[in-house]
Design a binder for this molecule. Structure first.
Ligand code: 2NL
Length: 344
């Protein structure tokens, strides 16, 4: 029995050493150590042995089982490590290879300019207000001191939907609605950016749909000097710290007095060049003190409250800033145009 056990051990160890796959090793384990294997069989036959030989033989059988098991475990580990080493060698990646560039989009130039302007006014305490693009005749005209039969209300210039509804021709109705919501109490300090519509034939400087940014500040003791201060800071932040502004008298039905605002030319610094048409100045917006009728209609007492308002065209600002010569570029969605504004 002793010889049989020793032979089994030698035979099993030899097979294990020649095995070249995990599957073969599993088979050897079943073959030698399984319930129907020779070791188990030997152990079962122990009952026939004389009592004094049993412990010695039991010890030997356990030692043999132990030796085979540890040899199996050792070789399984070896095979697994070899497999992992091979995998690691095959799957190495070269981290020094150049990466694949990610194609990143960019904001539309108009969006970029509008957001820049919004940020400047937010920095001076203004909030951004929005409102409907389909407006009533009342908010678009009447509330802005443009009574029925006013020449600026010419049906030829606006997209009317019904007798009372039209596509807004300016963003002022947003300001009129916001003032109304404040129920006669200041301060109101807002800008209103958004799409507006005019019945125009599209050309290099006209579009039937374009953007407008208006601003409004209503409170007690708001003066023309406040308007000038806010617009000076705005012009310097947008076009450069050296810029100056100039106010020229003008007319709008919703402001009195009204002004046209010029900024000193950012190209020639006021000396005169083709951009400023040799005048040294570039017109950037219209503004004025809110007409008492407009305040009153929105529920503000014009004896207590005063305000300034202004309006500008972001397309015009963007065209000046980037030297774009045709407003239609903003709406043609030609990638060759749009991708020029990608600064990433
Ligand atoms: C321009 C001129 C302007 C306003 C817009 C305004 C709004 C209210 C009351 C008074 Cl609610 N005024 N807006 C005032 C002056 C000029 O726009 O040339 N825009 C492109």
């Amino acid at each position: 029995m002793q010889d049989r056990l020793i032979t089994l051990q030698t035979e099993a160890i030899e097979k294990i050493e020649h095995a070249s796959s995990l599957k073969e090793l599993q088979d050897i384990r079943v073959q030698y150590l399984g319930k129907k294997g020779p070791i188990t069989e030997v152990l079962r036959g122990m009952g026939q042995l004389p009592a004094d030989e049993r412990p010695k033989m039991g010890q030997l059988a356990n030692d043999v089982r132990e030796a085979i098991t540890s040899k199996l475990d050792e070789n399984i580990k070896k095979l697994e490590r070899a497999k992992l080493d091979e995998q690691l060698a095959n799957e190495t990646i070269d981290v020094t290879l150049p990466g694949r560039p990610i194609r990143k989009g960019n904001a539309h130039p108009l969006t970029a300019v509008i957001e820049e302007i919004e940020d400047l006014f937010i920095g001076m305490g203004f909030s951004v207000a929005e409102g409907p693009e389909v407006e009533t005749d009342y908010y678009n005209f009447e509330a802005l001191n443009l009574p029925k039969n006013h020449p600026a209300r010419d049906m030829q210039d606006s997209f009317f939907i019904t007798e009372d509804f039209l596509l807004r021709t300016q963003t002022s109705p947003v300001q009129a609605r916001t003032m109304e919501r404040h129920k006669g109490k200041g301060p109101v300090k807002i800008i209103s950016p958004g799409k507006v519509y005019r019945r125009d034939t599209d050309d290099a400087t006209h579009s039937h749909q374009f953007m407008q940014i208006e601003g409004l500040m209503v409170d007690e003791n708001v003066r023309m000097s406040d308007l000038k201060g806010i617009l000076t800071t705005f012009a310097q932040k947008l076009f450069g710290e050296e810029r100056e502004i100039r106010l020229r008298p003008s007319f709008f039905p919703f402001t009195e007095p009204s002004v046209e605002v010029d900024v000193s030319c950012f190209k020639c610094n006021g000396k005169g060049c083709p951009i400023c048409k040799r005048t040294g100045w570039i017109e950037i917006l219209g503004a004025g003190m809110v007409h008492p009728n407009v305040l009153e209609m929105a529920g503000f007492d014009p004896k207590v409250y005063t305000g300034f308002a202004f309006g500008m065209g972001p397309e015009r600002i963007a065209m000046l800033k980037y030297g774009i010569e045709d407003i239609r570029h903003f709406y043609a969605n030609d990638l060759r145009f749009l991708q020029q504004f990608n600064r990433s």
